[in-house]
Design a protein around this ligand. Structure first.
Ligand SMILES: NC(=O)CC[C@H](N)C(=O)O
Length: 401
């Protein structure tokens, strides 16, 4: 581990005061100055804010964030370092989806028994540039007012920037609408998820031989989803996003799972929807999370829309309309299913209590359901783990019939 000194914002030689070594340049020309951490160079993306106060390592390795620069509203990020376990990416292809990280305070040396690496080194290794010293409250207020801006994040240790070029790049970046980012994060080949180690404390791992075979279509799947499917008693085969319906059905799945993932669902839907329609048509029990939820919405003929500020955090209340219960959920999405576009057989099952947007649907005539939020959490509360059991119950019912 390197010393605090190596990671502190320092003035380049010959300068009396610390000068900016990183910039966040918004598409409207606004330039925010700060101190660089992580990888050097610059990347363009959409800036969103995440309100979670824990779990930065899981957030930054969630492939759904491809194409996005994350500003954390919680000021102290990185102070417990990083480890090899809290990583949500499954395939190497998705190792660095996120485009940048924006923070309030400087990153301190890690203070945690699990830490194996300084956050700054970890960001460098993953190719993620970062900026500290930003007034993230002001930036969040701006996003709340104006929506999620496109931007370029730039880190140059010598403090030399070509600001006009960065401004041009920020305004020229086309934005997430219409972008299919799944090819950059999906696994390149089929594999079986093997979760054999049972941890009685967390309940993760597989205790008994799996009872059901689930094929998970990987649009950028998070590791904890696969772990929870395994815990619920499923053998999981993960398949690339472009796998055909014929190849999926040839695996004789008891259930099909549609994963989370980055980018505009409508763009990914162009090739994913026909596959999903065939799976639904066959009557295979199907469960979707986040992008997977949006895919089901599109597959039944609904529409997805871009949100103003999106939902990114770990304290979002959702009401399960089937039970009347409220659960506190983890969320990460910038698009949403337009409930008014859904056909009659798609019944709304969950709704966000923050803004009333759709948070879940189930089909009345097929064993299919999905949620917009993240029942696997990672990070976040575990209120919604029951949905994995609901999926398995659906599979069992279907098998029995
Ligand atoms: N976490 C996800 O699956 C995100 C889905 C989609 N990319 C969105 O932003 O809405």
């Amino acid at each position: 581990m390197t010393s605090e000194q190596d990671h502190a914002p320092t003035a380049p030689e010959g300068w009396a005061e610390p000068r900016p070594t990183a910039l966040l340049v918004l598409a409207d020309g606004t330039v925010l100055e700060g101190f660089g951490i992580g990888a050097t160079g610059h990347l363009a993306g959409e800036v969103c804010f995440n309100t979670a106060i824990t779990g930065y390592e899981e957030i930054l390795t969630d492939p759904s964030y491809a194409g996005q620069i994350i500003t954390f509203t919680f000021p102290h990020i990185g102070n417990v370092g990083t480890n090899e376990e809290d990583i949500e990416t499954v395939s190497m292809a998705s190792a660095s989806g996120v485009r940048g990280v924006v923070l309030r305070t400087a990153v301190t040396d890690p203070s945690n028994y699990r830490a194996t690496r300084h956050f700054d080194d970890w960001l460098k290794a993953r190719g993620i540039p970062g900026i500290t010293g930003i007034d993230t409250r002001a930036l969040t207020a701006l996003i709340r007012e104006a929506g999620m801006p496109n931007a370029v994040i730039a880190h140059a240790p010598d403090g030399v920037f070509d600001i006009e070029t960065l401004k041009k790049e920020a305004s020229a970046w086309p934005g997430l609408v219409g972008m299919d980012l799944v090819p950059g994060v999906t696994s390149i080949q089929r594999f079986d998820w093997d979760e054999t180690t049972w941890d009685p404390e967390t309940g993760y791992g597989r205790q008994e031989a799996p009872q059901h075979h689930v094929v998970a279509i990987d649009y950028g799947v998070k590791r904890n989803i696969l772990r929870l499917l395994a815990r619920a008693g499923c053998k999981v085969t993960v398949v690339p996003a472009t796998t055909s319906a014929e190849d999926i059905l040839a695996l004789q799945p008891d259930g099909v799972f549609l994963s989370n993932g980055p980018g505009d669902p409508a763009a990914t839907g162009e090739y994913a929807v026909p596959v999903i329609q065939k799976v639904i048509e066959k009557g295979v029990p199907t469960f979707g999370i986040c992008l997977g939820h949006q895919m089901i919405g599109l597959a039944v003929g609904g529409r997805t829309v871009k949100m103003h500020q999106g939902h990114h955090g770990a304290n979002h209340p959702v009401k399960d309309l089937t039970t009347g219960k409220v659960e506190i959920t983890s969320m990460n999405h910038g698009f949403a299913v337009d409930r008014d576009s859904l056909p009659k057989n798609a019944v709304e099952t969950h709704v966000s209590l923050f803004d009333g947007s759709n948070a879940g649907i189930a089909l009345a005539d097929k064993p299919v359901f999905s949620v917009q939020y993240h029942p696997e959490a990672s990070p976040g509360p575990q209120d919604s783990h029951y949905l994995f059991d609901r999926f398995v119950e659906m599979i069992e019912k279907h098998k029995a019939a």
